[in-house]
Write a protein that binds this ligand. Structure first.
Ligand code: NAG
Ligand code: NAG
Ligand code: NAG
Ligand code: NAG
Ligand code: NAG
Length: 480
């Protein structure tokens, strides 16, 4: 009897507990996070191919049996506001993991009006960036890089007055960069690289807070416009920009400049080479004809890497580069420099210059002694010039260098040069090819390895960049 009563009691208790739970969950969901925000999250998940929502991914944890803002262990990738008054929680940030989600960004995203950050990188979101994004007036970060978004930048983006980071790089976006983007005065970082944007770069001088501008790898043409005055990093590489680059010379805070692979021309002013904070300058693969001299020694400059290969630079090698105290990596290859290699270069090669590429110019005469000294640890290439070949350079290495980086490839790279290269210059190259020699100076393998390791620690990726560059050149040639 007592036993029966006990079991009856306990099952009653169980019932009560169950009903409490049943009653409680729905009220929690309704009262804590704004219903319409939950609907948006549902719509967001529904617009993704379920097959691409793998286990342990953030979206996999979105279980709508629970409250998105309150429940533990679910709804990864979401942050909420928790108002102190009785009003509902709102979704404040969405930051999805790169799990390979395949789908669309639902237009109802525009209903998350408290959103300050939307970040979805390295997935397969496709289709347009919804116009409704213009409703997200509190947005400070819109970061959608490395997806498959297509179409144009939504016009309404200019409503997002608090935007600080706009990163749409590595998508399939096209059309023009809206001119009124310059009204987004809070922008600190603007990255539109690796898309198919075309037309001119708008005047961006209104973006006075901008410190990073990356418009590389698009189809942008026209001139380099007036640029935001506080830029620290600027990349306009891999476009079809033309004209001179004087707008760059006022960017006193610039640390990195990449203008490579355009059709920029004229003089490279010393104001640019001597920008006080600039560490790396890459003006390779353009049509520059002249590099201005740096009139006196400069201990105050930060410049370490100068890559000016594949231009139309002519005249004597710029002796005044030795005036830049911290310069260590120089590439002036594939130009039209003539005359001798200055003895000043030799002195630098023994001390601060760690890599010097001068191949494929019209240099003549004897090498400064340091170039021949086997103990100097540098990477250098002097192939394809008209230099006297000294007898004491290590022949086996020369041979290998010639085979790897030599005639057949040089001939192809000649073809690969800008198509509009004038016939006269091509003739010059052919004529000069008779006095072509191949001289490569390289340290022996052991000291190279040591130095690679050492330089990796000190000097970042400089050396590897050069090696990568060469690999890339080879690769792209292989594909042709
Ligand atoms: C978003 O808001 C619009 C207009 O208020 C409404 O029609 C729509 O149903 C909402 N979508 C979601 C998913 O809440
Ligand atoms: C300069 O830019 C070119 C691409 O145009 C790249 O191949 C090269 O590695 C860059 N040089 C340096 C030193 O980063
Ligand atoms: C030059 O390089 C050295 C060593 O990397 C560094 O300590 C020094 O601050 C640099 N000088 C300038 C002006 O950048
Ligand atoms: C250079 O090539 C020779 C054969 O031509 C080979 O024996 C030698 O190992 C190669 N050296 C390097 C550093 O690749
Ligand atoms: C280049 O050399 C070849 C044979 O070695 C000769 O026939 C030709 O005339 C030379 N060309 C020039 C421009 O000197």
């Amino acid at each position: 009897m007592a036993k029966q009563l006990h079991s009856l009691l306990s099952s009653c208790l169980l019932l009560v507990t169950v009903s409490i739970v049943l009653v409680h969950i729905p009220t929690q969901v309704h009262s804590i996070t704004l219903e319409s925000d939950i609907e948006v999250l549902q719509a967001l998940k529904q617009a993704i191919d379920p097959v691409s929502i793998v286990r342990y991914s953030y979206l996999h944890s979105w279980d709508f049996a629970f409250d998105p803002c309150e429940a533990a262990g679910v709804f990864q990738g979401i942050l909420c506001t928790f108002p102190t008054d009785k009003s509902a929680n709102r979704v404040m940030a969405i930051d999805l993991d790169p799990a390979g989600y395949d789908g669309f960004l639902t237009p109802s995203i525009g209903n998350l009006t408290e959103l300050t950050s939307l970040s979805i990188s390295k997935n397969n979101f496709r289709g347009p960036i919804p116009e409704t994004i213009a409703n997200l007036q509190r947005l400070t970060r819109l970061s959608l890089p490395q997806n498959l978004f297509s179409g144009r930048i939504p016009h309404g983006i200019i409503n997002l007055k608090h935007l600080e980071i706009l990163d749409l790089s590595q998508n399939h976006l096209s059309s023009r960069i809206p001119a009124d983007i310059t009204a987004l005065r809070s922008l600190v970082q603007l990255s539109l690289s690796n898309n198919a944007f075309s037309g001119k770069i708008p005047d961006l001088s209104g973006l006075w807070q901008l410190n990073t501008l990356d418009l590389s790898s698009n189809n942008l043409d026209g001139i380099v416009p007036i640029l935001p005055i506080n830029l620290r990093k600027l990349s306009l590489s891999h476009n079809v920009l033309s004209g001179h680059i004087s707008p760059v010379s006022v960017l006193q805070r610039l640390t990195e400049l990449d203008l490579s692979d355009n059709r920029l021309s004229g003089l490279v002013r010393q104001e640019i080479l001597t920008l006080p904070l600039v560490v790396r300058i890459n003006i390779s693969n353009n049509q520059f004809t002249e590099m201005e001299a740096i009139p006196y020694p400069r201990e105050d400059l930060q410049l370490r890497v100068l890559d000016a290969h594949a231009n139309r630079l002519r005249g004597r090698l710029p002796i005044s580069l030795v005036n830049i105290a911290n310069l260590s990596s120089i590439d002036l290859s594939h130009n039209q420099f003539s005359g001798r290699i200055p003895s000043e270069y030799g002195a630098k090669l023994g001390s601060s210059w760690k890599s010097l590429f001068l191949e494929d110019n019209f240099l003549i005469g004897n090498l400064p002694p340091q170039f021949v000294d086997g103990t100097v640890a540098v990477r250098a290439n002097l192939a394809h010039n008209c230099l006297m070949c000294p007898s004491n350079i290590r022949r086996t290495q020369l041979l290998n260098r010639t085979i790897n980086g030599g005639a057949s490839e040089d001939a192809k790279s000649e073809k690969k040069r800008k198509k509009d290269k004038r016939k006269l210059e091509q003739k010059q190259v052919v004529e000069n090819s008779n006095c072509t020699n191949r001289v490569a100076v390289e340290e022996d393998d052991l000291s190279k390895k040591k130095k690679q390791k050492k330089r990796k620690d000190q000097d970042g990726e400089d050396l590897h960049d050069v090696i990568d560059m060469k690999k890339k050149r080879k690769k792209s040639k292989g594909e042709e």
